[in-house]
Design a protein around this ligand. Structure first.
Ligand code: GTP
Ligand code: SPV
Ligand code: MN
Length: 600
């Protein structure tokens, strides 16, 4: 497919190391996809689903110990350890390559090595970055065909240069103890072994489009962020675009595809999806910030997706979709997961492949789920009923607002606005969220996750904060920056805010703030909405409840300040002075809570 010496040398090098029986180049054709699907079905790697009910859909289970990203086994192997920073695992690159080579030597004997030329971003667009992934997994190939743009045109665009990300993947033996997801930013190389799961192996996604791209973006003056992109068309026909960074499994896909509440629909509001996980941002025309979604599909969380929470996602998964680790309905070869508003199947296999019935409990009386909590669908973006017509625009869409958010049972209010760009960078940098099943490890523990990038920043996070501050200097028409929290809970641990489609009510306030048509009130953390300015029409939710959601509690925030100071201390000299200053000011304002009212 190519005469490019760099590409051929790269393929040859790993062919010699892994010793596959054959090498197959992936061309993106329907015919090849069909053949690979048939081959995967013949070996049992995948199961074809009911072609009448779910045309073109397939099912796959990953190994039981391999169902999420492995952050403790993910490494940034920059030449100098200090360049990886205190938030990344690090290994010396040459030592790391050698270790990986030794583990994976001969791993493809008797197997096929697939060579996948892919593009993140529209091929030929100024945003596009090209990669070549080597893998021994048909499942990875079929996912990459959905999630990225796979085509021989990628090789044409690479031409005779070495301007592509080298992506190396082998399942080896799926041994957890020897599982490594390693990034070599200075070599534009990713090397992943002993996993077969999503973010660990679809190397275009978190590995290239965030870790490597964030490194490239800093050098080249742009940004790679863990953000959804959505467009809100207002009744006057004007569309405003918003980016939002929430940590894994904290609501990006849901927000990106939201269906407006009836009162908004009746007025003519429409919401369009540009992306649900990753945004690449650049300075565009007239000093605005422009965003593209470099992906070509969705790798979405299945549990909780239903016809009420996210009907658009459900519709997107009705054809040509891969379901991973959900519950398999054996009676009619369809799929099911917890939170789907359809009766659970009675003749089924759970995500581990074991016989499963609704209501089953384990030895401790705990319900046994049919689907893994991090089970996923891989669906073509073109299936999405609310896909923005700007999705393929090579220039991207102009961004009016950037929204940060996470899962916080207490501290963060429903929404607040940063005072300016610098304060907004501070607000992003102090983000924290409860951990979810998207990564291996404990669930529900609050951790600092700046800009939702903690597991995805490919270099020193202090430098990353500085890059955000520098971008603000370049962009004349700066988006306003906000923070939201859909996850405050009441004394019974129940979510107070109804969330999902109703979140548009908050986005509506955000847009009006961007247009300058609504007021806000000062608070220690930033500008808060006046409760009466959040539209609650048609919603069974009182203004008193809303006031509770907007409350800034002194004790809670004093704790926050302490937590932030501890987190910041990790960065030493590489923490921008501006952020130290911002933290001091926050502390002063939080300490004063209650004082001003006492004086009045
Ligand atoms: P990744 O794909 O891991 O990056 O996740 P994501 O950020 O796209 O999260 P997603 O939209 O898939 O939502 C994750 C979980 O949060 C699902 O179980 C949703 O049902 C739930 N969720 C999403 N939005 C809301 C919300 O507004 N309120 C509440 N209570 N839950 C939500
Ligand atoms: C995430 O964890 O943020 C995901 C899923 O989007 S994965 O591709 O596994 O990273
Ligand atoms: Mn994600």
């Amino acid at each position: 497919m190519t005469n490019n010496r760099y590409v051929l040398d790269f393929v040859k090098k790993y062919q010699d190391l892994f010793q596959p029986d054959k090498v197959v180049w992936i061309d993106g054709s329907k015919k090849q996809k069909r053949e690979l699907t048939n081959e995967g079905a013949a070996t049992g790697e995948i199961i074809k689903l009911n072609n009448r009910l779910l045309p073109g859909c397939i099912y796959h289970r990953t190994a039981v110990n391999d169902v999420a990203r492995v952050e403790d086994r993910t490494f940034i192997c920059s030449r100098k350890q200090e360049d990886a920073g205190p938030t990344n695992n690090w290994m010396e690159p040459q030592q790391c390559y050698k270790m990986l080579d030794d583990i994976a030597r001969g791993s493809m004997k008797g197997k096929t090595m697939y060579v996948i030329p892919f593009s993140m971003g529209k091929i030929g667009s100024p945003f596009a970055k090209y990669g070549i992934e080597l893998t021994d997994s048909i499942y990875v190939v079929l996912n990459m065909l959905i999630m990225t743009r796979v085509s021989p045109k990628v090789l044409d665009k690479i031409g005779d240069t070495d301007n592509f990300t080298k992506c190396v993947h082998s399942k080896v033996t799926l041994d957890l103890e020897n599982r490594y997801i390693c990034h070599f930013p200075e070599d534009n190389t990713i090397y992943s072994i002993n996993s077969g799961y999503g973010g660990n192996v679809l190397l275009g996604k978190k590995c290239l489009a965030l870790r490597i791209a964030s490194y490239l973006g800093r050098q080249e003056g742009w940004m790679a962020e863990h953000m959804l992109i959505l467009g809100i068309e207002k009744p006057d026909g004007d569309t405003k675009y918003i980016c939002a960074a929430f940590p894994s499994a904290c609501g990006k896909t849901n927000l990106a595809m939201l269906i407006p509440p009836a009162v908004y629909r009746e007025k003519g509001y429409k919401v369009y999806t540009v992306g649900d996980d990753i945004a690449w941002l650049r300075k565009g025309k007239y000093g605005q910030l422009y965003a593209v979604n470099p992906e070509f599909g969705f790798f979405g969380v299945a549990p909780g997706t239903n016809s009420k929470t996210n009907p658009n996602a459900l519709a997107t998964t009705k054809r040509d979709t891969i379901f991973t680790n959900v519950c398999l309905n054996k009676a009619n070869k369809t799929v099911w997961w917890e939170g789907l508003d359809q009766p659970a199947p009675t003749k089924a296999e759970d995500w581990k492949g074991e016989k499963w019935k609704p209501g089953m409990v384990d030895a401790n009386g705990k319900p046994i789920p049919g689907a893994n909590p991090n089970s996923r669908f891989t669906a073509p973006i073109k299936n999405c009923p609310c896909l923005s017509k700007e999705f393929d625009n090579p220039k991207g869409v102009p961004i009016s607002a950037i929204v940060f958010g996470g899962r916080r049972a207490k501290a963060a209010p429903l929404v607040y606005e940063a005072r300016d760009w610098k304060h907004g960078v501070f607000v992003g940098s102090i983000m924290a969220s409860e951990t979810t099943a998207a990564a291996a490890g404990k669930v529900g523990v609050v951790r600092r996750d700046p800009m939702a990038m903690l597991p995805f920043c490919g270099y020193h996070m202090g430098d990353y904060f500085q890059h955000w501050l520098d971008m603000g200097k370049k962009i004349k028409q700066k988006p306003k920056i906000f923070n939201v929290n859909w996850f405050r809970t009441d004394e019974n641990g129940k979510f107070i805010w109804p969330g999902f489609g109703e979140n548009l009510r908050v986005l509506d306030w955000i847009i009006r703030r961007c247009e300058g048509t609504v007021d806000a009130v000062e608070s220690p953390v930033g500008y808060l909405p006046k409760p009466e300015d959040i539209n609650l029409e048609g919603l069974d939710f009182s203004i008193e409840q809303l006031k509770d959601l907007l409350e800034i509690d002194r004790e809670t925030w004093l704790e926050e300040v302490k937590g932030i100071a501890e987190f910041y201390a990790k960065f030493g000299e590489r923490l921008p002075k501006e952020l130290t200053k911002q933290l001091k000011e926050l502390k002063k304002r939080v300490r004063a809570i209650g004082k001003e009212t006492q004086n009045k």
